[in-house]
Design a protein around this ligand. Structure first.
Ligand SMILES: CC(C)(COP(=O)(O)OP(=O)(O)OC[C@H]1O[C@@H](n2cnc3c(N)ncnc32)[C@H](O)[C@@H]1OP(=O)(O)O)[C@@H](O)C(=O)NCCC(=O)NCCS
Length: 403
Protein backbone atom coordinates (compact mmCIF):
# COMPACT_ATOMS: atom_id res chain seq x y z
CA UNK A 1 0.00 0.00 0.00
CA UNK A 2 1.31 3.44 -0.86
CA UNK A 3 1.76 5.75 2.15
CA UNK A 4 -0.78 8.55 2.27
CA UNK A 5 -0.01 12.20 3.06
CA UNK A 6 -0.72 13.09 6.69
CA UNK A 7 -1.46 16.68 7.75
CA UNK A 8 -1.86 18.60 10.97
CA UNK A 9 -5.02 20.64 10.99
CA UNK A 10 -4.76 22.21 14.44
CA UNK A 11 -3.00 22.06 17.79
CA UNK A 12 -3.59 23.48 21.25
CA UNK A 13 -2.24 23.10 24.76
CA UNK A 14 -3.05 23.92 28.35
CA UNK A 15 -0.94 26.47 30.18
CA UNK A 16 2.17 24.91 31.68
CA UNK A 17 2.03 25.15 35.48
CA UNK A 18 4.81 24.83 38.02
CA UNK A 19 4.86 21.33 39.48
CA UNK A 20 4.06 21.08 43.17
CA UNK A 21 1.62 22.47 45.68
CA UNK A 22 2.04 26.06 44.48
CA UNK A 23 1.36 25.12 40.88
CA UNK A 24 -1.97 26.03 39.31
CA UNK A 25 -2.72 22.37 38.41
CA UNK A 26 -1.85 20.82 41.79
CA UNK A 27 -5.50 19.97 42.46
CA UNK A 28 -6.30 19.15 38.82
CA UNK A 29 -6.09 15.67 37.30
CA UNK A 30 -3.75 15.02 34.37
CA UNK A 31 -6.49 13.20 32.43
CA UNK A 32 -8.79 16.21 32.81
CA UNK A 33 -6.08 18.35 31.22
CA UNK A 34 -5.98 15.93 28.29
CA UNK A 35 -9.78 16.09 27.99
CA UNK A 36 -9.61 19.90 27.90
CA UNK A 37 -7.22 19.73 24.94
CA UNK A 38 -9.33 17.18 23.04
CA UNK A 39 -12.57 19.13 23.59
CA UNK A 40 -10.94 22.35 22.44
CA UNK A 41 -9.54 20.76 19.29
CA UNK A 42 -13.09 19.65 18.41
CA UNK A 43 -14.65 22.99 19.34
CA UNK A 44 -12.20 24.86 17.12
CA UNK A 45 -12.79 22.52 14.18
CA UNK A 46 -16.55 22.15 13.82
CA UNK A 47 -16.26 20.32 10.51
CA UNK A 48 -14.63 17.47 12.39
CA UNK A 49 -17.41 15.78 14.33
CA UNK A 50 -16.48 13.77 17.43
CA UNK A 51 -17.87 10.64 15.70
CA UNK A 52 -15.23 11.02 12.99
CA UNK A 53 -12.26 10.63 15.34
CA UNK A 54 -11.04 7.05 15.05
CA UNK A 55 -7.87 7.00 17.14
CA UNK A 56 -6.67 8.88 20.25
CA UNK A 57 -3.00 8.49 21.19
CA UNK A 58 -1.35 10.06 24.25
CA UNK A 59 2.18 10.05 25.57
CA UNK A 60 2.98 10.13 29.28
CA UNK A 61 6.18 9.17 31.04
CA UNK A 62 4.51 7.90 34.20
CA UNK A 63 1.58 5.70 33.23
CA UNK A 64 -0.20 5.26 36.54
CA UNK A 65 -2.66 7.14 38.75
CA UNK A 66 -4.31 9.98 36.82
CA UNK A 67 -2.04 9.17 33.86
CA UNK A 68 -2.71 5.42 34.00
CA UNK A 69 -5.22 2.92 32.66
CA UNK A 70 -4.33 3.59 29.01
CA UNK A 71 -4.79 7.32 28.84
CA UNK A 72 -5.60 7.24 25.11
CA UNK A 73 -8.70 5.21 25.83
CA UNK A 74 -9.73 6.80 29.15
CA UNK A 75 -9.42 10.34 27.76
CA UNK A 76 -11.42 9.36 24.65
CA UNK A 77 -14.29 8.19 26.85
CA UNK A 78 -14.03 11.17 29.20
CA UNK A 79 -13.91 13.66 26.30
CA UNK A 80 -17.05 12.28 24.68
CA UNK A 81 -15.37 10.71 21.68
CA UNK A 82 -17.49 7.85 20.38
CA UNK A 83 -17.18 4.34 21.83
CA UNK A 84 -15.86 3.31 18.43
CA UNK A 85 -12.77 5.54 18.85
CA UNK A 86 -9.81 3.40 19.88
CA UNK A 87 -6.97 4.77 21.96
CA UNK A 88 -3.60 3.91 23.42
CA UNK A 89 -0.75 5.40 25.38
CA UNK A 90 2.94 5.54 24.60
CA UNK A 91 6.04 6.31 26.60
CA UNK A 92 9.27 7.68 25.19
CA UNK A 93 9.81 10.01 28.16
CA UNK A 94 10.31 13.58 26.89
CA UNK A 95 9.42 12.52 23.35
CA UNK A 96 6.25 10.68 24.44
CA UNK A 97 3.97 13.29 22.91
CA UNK A 98 6.02 13.45 19.72
CA UNK A 99 5.89 9.66 19.53
CA UNK A 100 2.12 9.75 19.97
CA UNK A 101 1.97 12.12 16.98
CA UNK A 102 4.24 10.02 14.77
CA UNK A 103 2.44 6.80 15.79
CA UNK A 104 -0.98 8.24 14.97
CA UNK A 105 0.39 9.73 11.74
CA UNK A 106 1.82 6.37 10.74
CA UNK A 107 -1.60 4.76 11.23
CA UNK A 108 -3.14 7.39 8.98
CA UNK A 109 -0.35 7.03 6.41
CA UNK A 110 -0.99 3.28 6.18
CA UNK A 111 -4.75 3.70 5.94
CA UNK A 112 -5.55 2.23 9.36
CA UNK A 113 -7.61 5.34 10.12
CA UNK A 114 -8.39 8.76 8.62
CA UNK A 115 -8.62 11.12 11.61
CA UNK A 116 -6.72 10.96 14.91
CA UNK A 117 -5.96 13.09 17.94
CA UNK A 118 -2.48 12.75 19.44
CA UNK A 119 -0.67 14.50 22.23
CA UNK A 120 1.28 14.30 25.43
CA UNK A 121 0.78 15.15 29.07
CA UNK A 122 2.86 15.17 32.21
CA UNK A 123 1.76 16.15 35.65
CA UNK A 124 5.19 16.30 37.24
CA UNK A 125 3.63 17.47 40.49
CA UNK A 126 1.61 14.28 40.82
CA UNK A 127 4.34 12.15 39.24
CA UNK A 128 7.82 13.44 40.11
CA UNK A 129 10.39 12.28 37.57
CA UNK A 130 11.30 8.64 38.10
CA UNK A 131 9.74 8.57 41.58
CA UNK A 132 8.07 5.19 41.22
CA UNK A 133 10.50 3.68 38.73
CA UNK A 134 12.49 0.65 39.79
CA UNK A 135 15.52 0.53 37.48
CA UNK A 136 17.10 -2.87 37.20
CA UNK A 137 20.12 -2.97 39.56
CA UNK A 138 22.18 -4.48 36.72
CA UNK A 139 22.32 -1.01 35.18
CA UNK A 140 24.72 0.00 37.91
CA UNK A 141 26.19 -3.29 39.20
CA UNK A 142 27.23 -4.28 35.69
CA UNK A 143 28.09 -0.68 34.85
CA UNK A 144 25.77 -0.70 31.84
CA UNK A 145 25.32 3.02 32.49
CA UNK A 146 26.95 5.35 34.98
CA UNK A 147 24.84 6.71 37.84
CA UNK A 148 24.73 10.04 35.99
CA UNK A 149 22.54 8.52 33.31
CA UNK A 150 19.57 8.46 35.66
CA UNK A 151 19.77 12.16 36.60
CA UNK A 152 19.09 14.40 33.62
CA UNK A 153 20.90 17.42 35.07
CA UNK A 154 24.04 15.32 35.43
CA UNK A 155 23.84 14.27 31.80
CA UNK A 156 23.80 17.98 30.95
CA UNK A 157 26.94 18.52 33.06
CA UNK A 158 28.50 15.64 31.08
CA UNK A 159 27.72 17.46 27.83
CA UNK A 160 29.55 20.50 29.16
CA UNK A 161 32.51 18.17 29.85
CA UNK A 162 32.31 16.78 26.35
CA UNK A 163 32.28 20.30 24.87
CA UNK A 164 34.45 22.28 27.30
CA UNK A 165 34.28 25.32 25.02
CA UNK A 166 30.59 25.65 25.98
CA UNK A 167 30.82 27.56 29.24
CA UNK A 168 28.24 28.29 31.92
CA UNK A 169 28.30 31.91 30.72
CA UNK A 170 27.20 30.72 27.27
CA UNK A 171 24.43 28.54 28.73
CA UNK A 172 23.23 31.54 30.75
CA UNK A 173 23.40 33.82 27.71
CA UNK A 174 21.33 31.30 25.78
CA UNK A 175 18.79 31.20 28.64
CA UNK A 176 18.45 34.98 28.70
CA UNK A 177 17.65 34.94 24.98
CA UNK A 178 15.07 32.19 25.47
CA UNK A 179 13.35 34.18 28.22
CA UNK A 180 13.42 37.37 26.10
CA UNK A 181 11.92 35.68 23.06
CA UNK A 182 9.16 34.18 25.18
CA UNK A 183 8.46 37.53 26.82
CA UNK A 184 8.20 39.14 23.37
CA UNK A 185 5.88 36.40 22.10
CA UNK A 186 3.67 36.89 25.16
CA UNK A 187 3.62 40.67 24.76
CA UNK A 188 2.58 40.22 21.11
CA UNK A 189 -0.25 37.92 22.23
CA UNK A 190 1.12 34.96 20.25
CA UNK A 191 1.40 32.41 23.06
CA UNK A 192 -2.06 33.17 24.43
CA UNK A 193 -3.54 31.95 21.13
CA UNK A 194 -1.96 28.53 21.62
CA UNK A 195 -3.33 27.99 25.13
CA UNK A 196 -6.79 26.77 26.02
CA UNK A 197 -7.79 28.43 29.31
CA UNK A 198 -8.79 25.97 32.00
CA UNK A 199 -10.79 26.83 35.11
CA UNK A 200 -9.06 25.05 37.99
CA UNK A 201 -9.45 24.81 41.73
CA UNK A 202 -6.33 25.75 43.70
CA UNK A 203 -5.44 26.28 47.34
CA UNK A 204 -6.29 29.97 46.79
CA UNK A 205 -9.68 29.10 45.31
CA UNK A 206 -10.89 28.97 41.70
CA UNK A 207 -8.75 30.51 38.97
CA UNK A 208 -8.38 30.43 35.21
CA UNK A 209 -5.07 28.86 34.16
CA UNK A 210 -4.38 30.66 30.90
CA UNK A 211 -0.67 31.57 31.17
CA UNK A 212 2.48 29.57 31.76
CA UNK A 213 3.77 29.94 35.30
CA UNK A 214 7.46 29.46 34.64
CA UNK A 215 8.61 32.30 32.34
CA UNK A 216 10.79 34.90 34.06
CA UNK A 217 10.93 37.86 31.68
CA UNK A 218 13.07 39.80 34.16
CA UNK A 219 15.96 37.30 33.78
CA UNK A 220 19.39 38.86 33.25
CA UNK A 221 22.88 37.43 32.91
CA UNK A 222 23.68 38.97 36.29
CA UNK A 223 20.73 37.27 38.02
CA UNK A 224 21.66 33.90 36.49
CA UNK A 225 25.31 34.19 37.53
CA UNK A 226 24.41 33.87 41.21
CA UNK A 227 22.39 30.64 40.93
CA UNK A 228 23.52 27.35 42.49
CA UNK A 229 24.59 24.38 40.37
CA UNK A 230 22.48 21.61 41.92
CA UNK A 231 23.85 18.73 39.88
CA UNK A 232 27.56 19.22 40.55
CA UNK A 233 29.69 21.38 42.83
CA UNK A 234 31.16 24.12 40.64
CA UNK A 235 29.04 22.82 37.78
CA UNK A 236 27.45 24.80 34.97
CA UNK A 237 23.81 23.70 34.95
CA UNK A 238 21.42 25.83 37.06
CA UNK A 239 17.70 26.32 37.53
CA UNK A 240 18.08 29.30 35.17
CA UNK A 241 19.61 27.49 32.19
CA UNK A 242 17.58 24.28 32.56
CA UNK A 243 13.93 23.54 31.87
CA UNK A 244 11.82 23.26 35.00
CA UNK A 245 9.43 20.80 36.59
CA UNK A 246 5.97 21.40 35.15
CA UNK A 247 2.40 20.20 34.61
CA UNK A 248 0.89 20.50 31.14
CA UNK A 249 -0.84 18.83 28.18
CA UNK A 250 -0.71 19.54 24.46
CA UNK A 251 -2.19 17.86 21.42
CA UNK A 252 -2.81 18.03 17.68
CA UNK A 253 -5.53 17.01 15.26
CA UNK A 254 -4.23 14.87 12.43
CA UNK A 255 -5.85 13.50 9.31
CA UNK A 256 -5.08 12.25 5.85
CA UNK A 257 -4.65 15.02 3.29
CA UNK A 258 -7.53 13.48 1.34
CA UNK A 259 -9.84 13.59 4.36
CA UNK A 260 -8.94 17.25 4.95
CA UNK A 261 -9.86 18.05 1.35
CA UNK A 262 -13.10 16.07 1.63
CA UNK A 263 -14.12 17.92 4.82
CA UNK A 264 -12.96 21.28 3.52
CA UNK A 265 -10.64 21.88 6.47
CA UNK A 266 -7.44 23.81 5.91
CA UNK A 267 -4.31 21.78 6.71
CA UNK A 268 -1.41 23.68 8.27
CA UNK A 269 1.51 21.33 7.73
CA UNK A 270 2.35 17.95 6.28
CA UNK A 271 4.51 15.33 7.92
CA UNK A 272 7.49 14.71 5.66
CA UNK A 273 9.31 12.13 7.79
CA UNK A 274 10.59 11.26 11.23
CA UNK A 275 13.43 9.40 12.90
CA UNK A 276 14.46 8.35 16.37
CA UNK A 277 17.99 7.43 17.38
CA UNK A 278 19.88 6.35 20.48
CA UNK A 279 23.08 7.68 22.09
CA UNK A 280 24.94 6.83 25.31
CA UNK A 281 22.53 7.45 28.21
CA UNK A 282 25.15 9.59 30.04
CA UNK A 283 24.93 12.23 27.29
CA UNK A 284 21.23 12.01 26.54
CA UNK A 285 21.08 15.66 25.40
CA UNK A 286 23.15 14.70 22.36
CA UNK A 287 20.26 12.56 21.07
CA UNK A 288 18.66 15.03 18.61
CA UNK A 289 21.91 15.24 16.65
CA UNK A 290 21.91 11.65 15.29
CA UNK A 291 18.10 11.60 14.96
CA UNK A 292 18.24 14.83 12.93
CA UNK A 293 21.10 13.59 10.73
CA UNK A 294 19.10 10.41 10.17
CA UNK A 295 15.92 12.13 9.05
CA UNK A 296 17.79 14.65 6.90
CA UNK A 297 19.57 11.80 5.19
CA UNK A 298 16.40 9.78 4.71
CA UNK A 299 14.45 12.66 3.25
CA UNK A 300 17.34 13.99 1.17
CA UNK A 301 16.91 17.41 2.79
CA UNK A 302 19.57 19.53 4.52
CA UNK A 303 19.55 21.82 7.52
CA UNK A 304 19.64 24.69 5.00
CA UNK A 305 16.20 23.57 3.82
CA UNK A 306 14.78 23.98 7.34
CA UNK A 307 13.27 27.47 7.52
CA UNK A 308 12.16 26.96 11.13
CA UNK A 309 13.71 24.78 13.83
CA UNK A 310 12.00 23.95 17.12
CA UNK A 311 14.33 22.10 19.50
CA UNK A 312 13.15 21.35 23.01
CA UNK A 313 15.29 23.18 25.56
CA UNK A 314 15.71 20.51 28.23
CA UNK A 315 19.01 22.22 29.00
CA UNK A 316 20.68 25.22 27.36
CA UNK A 317 23.91 23.29 26.82
CA UNK A 318 22.19 20.64 24.73
CA UNK A 319 20.74 23.32 22.45
CA UNK A 320 24.14 24.97 22.04
CA UNK A 321 25.68 21.61 21.09
CA UNK A 322 22.95 21.20 18.46
CA UNK A 323 23.49 24.73 17.12
CA UNK A 324 27.21 24.08 16.86
CA UNK A 325 26.71 20.78 15.04
CA UNK A 326 24.38 22.28 12.44
CA UNK A 327 26.12 25.64 12.02
CA UNK A 328 23.37 27.76 13.59
CA UNK A 329 24.22 31.17 14.97
CA UNK A 330 24.79 31.35 18.75
CA UNK A 331 23.16 32.66 20.89
CA UNK A 332 20.23 33.39 18.64
CA UNK A 333 19.60 32.18 15.10
CA UNK A 334 16.43 33.61 13.60
CA UNK A 335 15.36 30.15 12.45
CA UNK A 336 15.82 28.60 15.89
CA UNK A 337 13.22 28.55 18.72
CA UNK A 338 11.90 31.92 17.61
CA UNK A 339 9.30 32.10 20.39
CA UNK A 340 11.67 30.88 23.11
CA UNK A 341 11.66 27.39 24.54
CA UNK A 342 11.38 25.13 27.54
CA UNK A 343 13.92 27.13 29.56
CA UNK A 344 11.17 29.77 29.69
CA UNK A 345 7.90 27.85 29.15
CA UNK A 346 8.82 24.80 31.20
CA UNK A 347 8.95 21.19 30.11
CA UNK A 348 6.17 18.83 31.18
CA UNK A 349 8.05 15.87 29.64
CA UNK A 350 5.66 14.12 27.22
CA UNK A 351 3.67 17.36 26.91
CA UNK A 352 6.52 19.18 25.15
CA UNK A 353 6.71 17.50 21.73
CA UNK A 354 3.28 18.62 20.52
CA UNK A 355 4.04 22.11 21.90
CA UNK A 356 6.96 22.29 19.49
CA UNK A 357 4.63 21.26 16.65
CA UNK A 358 2.15 23.97 17.68
CA UNK A 359 4.90 26.61 17.64
CA UNK A 360 6.06 25.42 14.24
CA UNK A 361 2.51 25.51 12.90
CA UNK A 362 2.17 29.12 14.06
CA UNK A 363 5.56 30.14 12.66
CA UNK A 364 4.81 28.52 9.30
CA UNK A 365 1.81 30.85 9.08
CA UNK A 366 3.98 33.87 9.87
CA UNK A 367 6.77 32.83 7.50
CA UNK A 368 5.22 31.57 4.28
CA UNK A 369 8.64 31.46 2.63
CA UNK A 370 9.78 28.72 5.02
CA UNK A 371 9.00 25.51 3.19
CA UNK A 372 10.27 22.98 5.73
CA UNK A 373 10.55 22.91 9.51
CA UNK A 374 12.01 20.62 12.12
CA UNK A 375 10.79 19.63 15.59
CA UNK A 376 13.21 17.69 17.79
CA UNK A 377 13.76 16.63 21.38
CA UNK A 378 16.31 14.81 23.50
CA UNK A 379 15.08 11.91 25.59
CA UNK A 380 16.12 10.44 28.95
CA UNK A 381 18.33 7.34 28.83
CA UNK A 382 19.83 8.58 25.60
CA UNK A 383 17.55 9.09 22.62
CA UNK A 384 16.65 11.81 20.17
CA UNK A 385 13.51 12.28 18.09
CA UNK A 386 13.25 14.49 14.98
CA UNK A 387 10.31 15.22 12.69
CA UNK A 388 10.39 17.22 9.46
CA UNK A 389 7.23 19.04 8.40
CA UNK A 390 6.27 20.86 5.23
CA UNK A 391 4.56 24.24 5.38
CA UNK A 392 1.10 24.18 3.79
CA UNK A 393 0.48 27.84 4.57
CA UNK A 394 2.89 29.08 1.92
CA UNK A 395 0.33 31.11 -0.01
CA UNK A 396 -1.69 32.06 3.02
CA UNK A 397 -4.63 29.90 1.96
CA UNK A 398 -3.54 26.65 3.46
CA UNK A 399 -2.35 25.12 0.24
CA UNK A 400 1.21 25.01 -0.95
CA UNK A 401 2.05 27.25 -3.88
CA UNK A 402 3.52 25.32 -6.75
CA UNK A 403 7.03 26.40 -7.53
C1 LIG B 1 17.19 22.65 37.98
C2 LIG B 1 16.14 22.22 38.99
C3 LIG B 1 16.71 21.14 39.92
C4 LIG B 1 15.74 23.45 39.80
O1 LIG B 1 14.70 23.12 40.64
P1 LIG B 1 14.23 24.12 41.80
O2 LIG B 1 15.35 24.33 42.74
O3 LIG B 1 12.95 23.59 42.31
O4 LIG B 1 13.97 25.42 40.94
P2 LIG B 1 13.46 26.84 41.38
O5 LIG B 1 12.50 27.31 40.38
O6 LIG B 1 13.05 26.82 42.83
O7 LIG B 1 14.74 27.72 41.21
C5 LIG B 1 15.86 27.63 42.09
C6 LIG B 1 16.34 29.05 42.38
O8 LIG B 1 16.76 29.63 41.16
C7 LIG B 1 16.07 30.85 40.95
N1 LIG B 1 15.83 31.01 39.51
C8 LIG B 1 15.33 30.08 38.66
N2 LIG B 1 15.27 30.58 37.42
C9 LIG B 1 15.73 31.84 37.48
C10 LIG B 1 15.89 32.86 36.53
N3 LIG B 1 15.57 32.68 35.25
N4 LIG B 1 16.39 34.04 36.94
C11 LIG B 1 16.74 34.23 38.22
N5 LIG B 1 16.59 33.30 39.19
C12 LIG B 1 16.09 32.12 38.82
C13 LIG B 1 14.79 30.70 41.74
O9 LIG B 1 14.26 31.95 42.09
C14 LIG B 1 15.26 29.95 42.94
O10 LIG B 1 15.86 30.85 43.84
P3 LIG B 1 15.75 30.65 45.44
O11 LIG B 1 16.41 29.35 45.73
O12 LIG B 1 16.46 31.84 45.97
O13 LIG B 1 14.28 30.61 45.71
C15 LIG B 1 14.88 21.64 38.28
O14 LIG B 1 14.19 22.66 37.61
C16 LIG B 1 15.22 20.54 37.31
O15 LIG B 1 15.48 19.42 37.72
N6 LIG B 1 15.19 20.84 35.98
C17 LIG B 1 15.47 19.85 34.97
C18 LIG B 1 14.25 19.04 34.68
C19 LIG B 1 14.57 17.84 33.85
O16 LIG B 1 15.55 17.14 34.07
N7 LIG B 1 13.73 17.53 32.86
C20 LIG B 1 13.95 16.46 31.96
C21 LIG B 1 14.88 16.89 30.91
S1 LIG B 1 15.44 15.55 29.96
Amino acid sequence: MKARDVVVVDGIRTAFGRAGEKGCFWLTRADDMVVRVIRELLRRNPRVKAEMVEENVWGATTQEGDQGLTLGRTSALLAGLPDSCSGFSVDRMCAGGLTAVTAAASEIALGACDIAIAGGVEHMGHHPMGATADPNPRFLTEKLVSEDALVMGKTAENLHDMFPEITREMADEYAVHSQRKTARAYSEGIIQKMIVPMTVYTREGWMVADRDQQPRPETTLESLRTLKTPFRAQGRVTAGNASGLNDGASGVLLMSADKAAELGVVPKMRLVGYAYAGVRPEIMGYGPIPSTHKILQRTGLTMEDMGIIELNEAFAVQCIVFMKEFGLKFPDDERFNALGGAVAFGHPLAGSGPRLAIHLMHLFGERPRARYGLTALCVGLGQGGSVIWENLQMNGSGTRSEE
